[in-house]
Design a protein around this ligand. Structure first.
Ligand SMILES: *Cc1c(COP(=O)(O)O)cnc(C)c1O
Length: 656
């Protein structure tokens, strides 16, 4: 029976879910014995390793130390503090529970958790191979695993192989994207200023600055080949001359003062972009003012607006550093038209306005596994859509299949990769530009033809924004991708669950809306692209936006984490966001307001809370939202709970 709770529960299922049973510690800690065995086994293994280094060295800590009063006093203090920490952590947010559908957090994958705990006592530092002979290779390989998932070349014997590395999170990965794009954009200008001969330089500053990433890399290759052919003294002289002209050396002020015909470039991003983009522009010194936010159409970056903006930039001789497309917006989970953005890049590059395309897939990056076969090839829309009600929309399929044509991508293993925090990733399609980020000139100028890919990136600290960095996090990401390869048949089964859960939630919301007729208007404001579902709610008869917003804020107050209350008081956790006409467009806004009976005239751009619509937001990433063994759908339970809360609140308001 389509539409009935049973059919929904079934739709959200997988015929064989036993594969899921060993992946996480579990909502009830069901796999505690497995995790405990793994931790003890590999802790012992680590201890043997210590002992076997130089077994002839006697124990430095005397065997009877544990019986001394000082030792015991220390242990007592240690235990007291740990118990206190453990007790206070009980007020943490229960991300592991299927009753948690708030922010982008969930349970942790056991392979990653175990690999990380296993690696911690070795304490590798992935800044360079001297401090991390093992895990630095794992980080480079994890980058290649992600590259393959995205459709970038991952064969390191290819000169244009991709490169990826981990960061503390998506924020720093986005910053790395800006840094790399700027280095590549400004480098041809430096070559021109230094007057390097015989390498077919662009005619002037404007064309040098706007070559676009592919032509920029080709020029870098020509420069490297030419330099490699010079006698050592000459070579050193030219390297110094070019370095002295680079934007990284001069700084923005001196660089743009020298090149008066060039303006500071802009970054174009959809209005839904994460605030890390604003942070990144400030950090790089380009300034927040260079971030130009593009409007959306139908909850996606509007390609026509992008086209108009690029045309205006061309006319005003305003360079563009990069256009950002978001793969899974933080607030709505929506997918930008990556395909249209790369098409625009290719078109405008031939018109002399080159720029990079970066995809911010901090949230949605791992959804790409759904679109890949085990051999790395792309899946057709029908193949991907099997078993789903409507996923993927043609726009969504087109966006994912275009990933391989972008210049770089951010993916967060600590979001939809279900790994502990401290794991974001930056991946670029062609690794050769990364040399420009190196601190030492030896790495910037080198003969790539004679270069060994993995040897090069064993000095990771040369190229990444951070210095010392966790090798244990790299081990966690690598091992997870080995246990669950990044294709639809393995890792993809996880995001598949999340999309099924979203479809089930969507259908359940429609039933809730019917059940609440005459009590409140409930609507899914826009069909979910992936695994985030929002709900707009308005008490029946109310036409005023401010009243509806106040009502939804009250509902959300009950759904948010409150450290002053015992956890168990909460039935469910959800989150909240808002829809603004500037972000979604006037047409879309009017449609959404009408769907819950609000008079668009009560939308007031100058009012404090009536300039936007407050909606509930649900992140459906917990893999146990539908419990088949016990026949429970937490999605159904949540929607039922929400229905009760709406009725109770309205009844209480009426009685008052
Ligand atoms: C979460 C997120 C970020 C920031 O990532 P952090 O890991 O929190 O630094 C950037 N962009 C998008 C789209 C995100 O969802």
């Amino acid at each position: 029976m389509p539409g009935s709770p049973d059919a929904i529960a079934l739709a959200a299922s997988d015929p064989d879910r036993s594969w899921l049973d060993a992946l996480f510690l579990g909502p009830y800690g069901e796999n505690d014995a497995l995790l405990e065995r793994l931790i003890v086994e590999f802790l012992r293994d680590h201890v043997y390793w210590r002992r076997n280094f130089h077994p002839e060295d006697p124990p430095a800590i005397p065997t009877h130390a544990a019986r001394q009063p000082g030792y015991q006093a220390f242990e007592a203090r240690l235990r007291r503090e740990l118990h206190q920490l453990s007790a206070s952590l009980k007020r943490s947010v229960p991300f592991h529970s299927p009753r948690y559908i708030g922010h982008m957090a969930s349970d942790l994958l056991l392979p990653g958790l175990a690999a990380q705990i296993l690696t911690l006592p070795y304490n590798p530092n992935n800044v360079s191979e001297d401090a991390a002979p093992v895990t630095i290779d794992l980080e480079v390989k994890a980058g290649l695993q992600l590259a393959r998932m995205l459709g970038y070349p991952d064969d390191t014997s290819r000169p244009d192989c991709a490169f990826g590395h981990l960061t503390s999170g998506g924020t720093v990965a986005n910053y790395q994207a800006l840094r790399l794009a700027l280095a590549l954009k400004a480098f041809p200008v430096a070559l021109l200023a230094a007057g390097v001969p015989d390498i077919d330089l662009p005619a002037d500053d404007w064309s040098a600055f706007n070559l676009g990433p592919d032509a920029g890399i080709e020029l870098l290759e020509r420069a490297n080949a030419w330099l490699a052919a010079q006698p050592p003294r000459e070579r050193r002289r030219w390297v110094r001359a070019v370095q002295a002209q680079r934007i990284e050396h001069l700084g923005l002020v001196a660089f743009f003062a020298r090149h008066a015909g060039l303006k500071v470039p802009k970054v174009l991003a959809p209005i839904t972009a994460h605030y890390s983009w604003s942070k990144g522009l400030k950090l790089l010194g380009l300034g927040r003012d260079q971030l130009e936010l593009l409007p959306e159409r139908g909850m996606r970056l509007d390609p026509h607006a992008l086209e108009d903006t690029l045309a205006r930039c061309q006319l005003e001789r305003q360079p563009v550093l990069m256009t950002v497309a978001v793969l899974g917006t933080t607030e709505y989970g929506t997918i930008d038209p990556v395909d249209a953005v790369v098409d625009a890049r290719d078109r405008w590059t031939t018109r002399g306005l080159g720029f990079s395309v970066h995809v911010d897939g901090a949230w949605g990056g791992y959804l790409a596994t759904l679109f890949r076969n085990e051999d790395g090839s792309l899946r057709t829309i029908d193949e991907v859509g099997e078993g789903f009600a409507r996923f993927p929309l043609p726009e969504v399929h087109a966006a994912f299949t275009a990933l391989g044509r972008t210049d770089s991508v951010t993916v967060d293993p600590h979001k939809l990769g279900y790994l502990p925090y401290g794991a974001g990733a930056f991946v670029c399609r062609d690794h050769r530009a990364v040399a420009l980020l190196a601190e030492a000139a030896d790495y910037v100028f080198h003969d790539t033809r004679a270069d060994d890919y993995s040897a090069r990136y064993r000095r990771l600290g040369q190229f990444v924004p951070e210095g010392s960095k966790s090798g244990a996090a790299a081990a966690a990401v690598y091992v997870t991708h080995k246990v669950l390869p990044l294709d639809h048949a393995h890792f993809g089964r996880l995001p598949r669950q999340t999309v099924l859960a979203a479809e089930s939630f969507h259908a359940g919301s429609d039933r809730l809306a019917a059940a609440l007729e005459g009590v409140a208007r409930v609507a899914v404001p826009f069909a979910p692209d992936s695994n985030l579902v929002c709900l707009a709610i308005n008490p029946a008869g109310n036409r005023d936006l401010g009243v509806a917003n106040a009502f939804v804020r009250q509902l959300h107050d009950e759904l948010r984490a409150d450290p002053r209350q015992p956890l168990q008081v909460k039935q469910f956790f959800g989150s909240m966001t808002t829809l603004r006409p500037e972000a979604v467009g006037d047409v879309e806004m009017a449609r959404i307001l009408a769907s819950i009976g609000i008079d668009p005239a009560t939308l007031d751009p100058d009012a404090n809370d009536s300039d936007r619509l407050v909606i509930l937001r649900h992140t459906l990433m917990n893999p146990y939202l539908v419990d088949h063994a016990n026949g429970i759908s937490y999605i159904e339970l949540y929607l039922e709970h929400l229905g009760h809360r709406i009725r109770d609140r309205l009844a209480a308001a009426q009685a008052a």
